[in-house]
Design a protein around this ligand. Structure first.
Ligand code: LUB
Length: 214
């Protein structure tokens, strides 16, 4: 989408957890706790293996408190997936403030996201829900397209800055990065619970960079 900045492509996150007012009111705090508890359980057991009761117990709130914020489990799943993509926007915003070159921004963004996939239950829960999306009656966002648009924008800037081999197509390279990253995190998750995702991503990332930049 020519002309849009990376952040415009992703849209503003709904609320910046880091910048939330010190004294969040109770309802907002409870909602955030419920979303994280749901993400943990969706990541561990999947959508159909998780009940609202399980979420209430993990969040240490009543079932009524969960239903106050989320009328059903599908709405809760949508909130977890939304938080997954908001977390990505937060990583990007913090990174853009470091004002690295376009190519370094792509490299560091995906390196930090690899760590987030290893360590952050909201990222893990959102990813598993997206894998199970055909079994969930919720209008979850299209997976992958946000990443492809964002990386295309950054790699077009990298091409303009002379960081790519001449003739390299930024959009094709963006699709390759998304496919490679998704595959690496998926295989690492299935075989090793993502314990080795940083090492596996580094070797695939470096192969792509050698091909695209020479
Ligand atoms: C660049 C990685 C793409 C990312 O990996 C898991 C997942 C969940 O669907 C993603 C997405 O939807 O964008």
């Amino acid at each position: 989408k020519p002309g849009k900045t990376p952040l415009q492509l992703l849209g503003e996150p709904k609320e910046r957890t880091k910048l939330a007012p010190l004294r969040q009111d109770r309802a907002v705090r409870t909602r955030a706790l419920v979303v994280v508890a749901a993400a943990e359980l969706f990541a561990e057991r999947g959508f159909h293996g998780t009940s609202v009761k399980d979420v209430a117990e993990r969040a240490e709130v009543t079932k009524g408190a969960v239903y106050f914020h989320f009328p059903d489990k599908e709405t809760l799943a949508s909130a977890v997936v939304e938080k997954h993509y908001d977390r990505r926007t937060e990583v990007l915003e913090d990174l853009l403030a470091e004002r690295l070159s376009p190519l370094d921004t792509v490299v560091v963004l995906l390196d930090r996201m690899a760590i987030a996939f290893r360590d952050d239950p909201v990222i893990q829960g959102g990813a598993r829900l997206q894998n199970e999306r055909t079994f969930i009656q919720a209008n979850l966002p299209e997976p992958f397209v946000g990443w492809t648009d964002l990386l295309t924008s950054l790699l077009r800037d990298a091409a303009k800055a002379g960081q790519l081999r001449s003739g390299e197509d930024p959009e094709a390279l963006a699709r390759s990065f998304v496919a490679a990253f998704f595959g690496v995190q998926h295989i690492s998750d299935r075989l090793h619970g993502r314990a080795d995702i940083a090492e596996r991503w580094a070797e695939t990332r470096d192969l792509l960079l050698r091909a695209a930049c020479g």
